[in-house]
Design a protein around this ligand. Structure first.
Ligand code: B12
Length: 214
C-alpha cells in the first residue's frame, strides 16, 4: 500500500473523520481510482477489527471509526454508483435478523448499483418477513444476504427455507456473504452464490444472472 493509502487506513483506524474526509477528497481531486481509495479505508477498519478481536479496543472506538469511514464512503458513493447504466436486474440486499453490521452490506449494494443493478435495501436486523415482502414487491433476480456473526449466519437458511415455502425459490437466486461466511457454509445452507468481498460480489451477481438466462 502506498504511503498515503496507509495514512487513510490509519485515519479510519483512529476514527479521525476530518482526516478521512481530507484525504479522500484530495485523492479524488488527483483522479485516483475510487476503488483504491475505498480499499484504503477497508484496510483501516479491518486492522481495527483485529484489535477488537484481541480485546485491545472496545465498541465505542469501533463506532467512532465506523462513523469516520462512513463519511469517506459517502464522498465516494456517487463515483462508485454510476447512475447512467441500464438496469441489469434487481437485487434485494439486507443484513439478516439479529445483525446490525451494515458497512459490508452497504458496500456490496453500492458496488452492484455502480455496475448496473437496481438495489432494494431492506436495511439491518431484517426479519425473514421483510425479505419475503421485498421479494414479492420487487420481483428481484437476486437476493443478497449479509451476516457478520456466527450467531446470525443460520438466518441465511431461514430465509432460503421461507422463500421455498412461499414458492419464490425458483425465481430468485440467493447470494450470501460477510466476514465469517465461507463458500462451504454458503453451499451447506443452500445458497446459489457467495463472494468474499464487494468487488467479487459483482462478478458473482453477473454469474448468477447468466445461469438464469439459460
Ligand atoms: C464495525 C464492527 C462493528 C460495528 C458495526 C457498525 C456498522 N454500522 O456496521 C458495531 C460496533 C456496532 C459492532 C457490534 C457488534 N459486533 Co462487530 N464488528 C465490526 C468489525 C470491526 C468490522 C466489520 C466491518 O464493517 N468490516 C468492513 C467490511 C467492509 O467488511 P465486511 O462486513 O466483512 O463485508 C465485506 C465482505 O464480508 C463482503 N460481504 C459482506 N456482506 C456481504 C453480503 C453478500 C451477499 C456478499 C456476496 C458479500 C458480502 O463484502 C464486504 C465488502 O468487501 C468486525 C471485525 C471483522 N473483522 O469483520 C466485528 C465483528 C463482526 N463483530 C463482532 C461482534 C462479536 C460484535 C458484537 C456481538 C459485539 C458485542 N459484544 O456487542 C456486536 C453485535 C451487534 C449485532 N447484533 O449485530 C465479531 C463477530 C464474531 C463472530 N464470528 O460472530 C467480529 C468479527 C469482531 C471479532 N473478531 O470479535 N461491530
Amino acid at each position: 500500500m502506498g504511503l498515503e493509502l496507509e495514512e487513510l487506513a490509519n485515519a479510519v483506524r483512529y476514527g479521525n473523520a476530518e482526516n478521512v474526509i481530507d484525504i479522500v477528497k484530495d485523492k479524488l481531486q488527483r483522479k485516483e481510482d475510487p476503488q483504491q481509495v475505498l480499499n484504503g479505508m477497508i484496510t483501516g477498519i479491518q486492522a481495527l477489527g483485529e484489535l477488537f478481536k484481541d480485546g485491545e479496543v472496545f465498541l465505542p472506538e469501533v463506532l467512532i471509526s465506523v462513523r469516520a469511514m462512513n463519511r469517506g464512503v459517502a464522498i465516494l458513493e456517487p463515483l462508485l454508483a454510476d447512475a447512467d447504466i441500464d438496469s441489469k436486474g434487481t437485487v434485494v440486499v439486507g443484513s439478516v435478523a439479529g445483525d446490525i453490521h451494515d458497512i459490508g452490506k452497504n458496500l456490496v449494494g453500492m458496488m452492484l448499483a455502480g455496475n448496473g443493478y437496481h438495489i432494494v435495501d431492506v436495511g439491518i436486523n431484517a426479519p425473514v418477513s421483510k425479505f419475503i415482502a421485498a421479494v414479492e414487491q420487487n420481483q428481484p433476480e437476486i437476493i443478497a444476504l449479509s451476516g457478520l456473526l456466527t450467531t446470525t449466519m443460520p438466518q441465511f437458511e431461514t430465509v432460503i427455507n421461507e422463500l421455498e415455502k412461499q414458492g419464490h425459490r425458483g425465481a430468485v437466486k440467493v447470494m450470501v456473504g460477510g466476514a465469517p461466511v465461507t463458500p462451504e457454509y454458503a453451499r451447506l445452507v443452500g445458497a446459489d452464490g457467495f463472494a468474499e468481498d464487494c468487488v467479487t460480489a459483482v462478478d458473482e451477481a453477473n454469474r448468477l444472472l447468466k445461469t438464469m438466462a439459460n
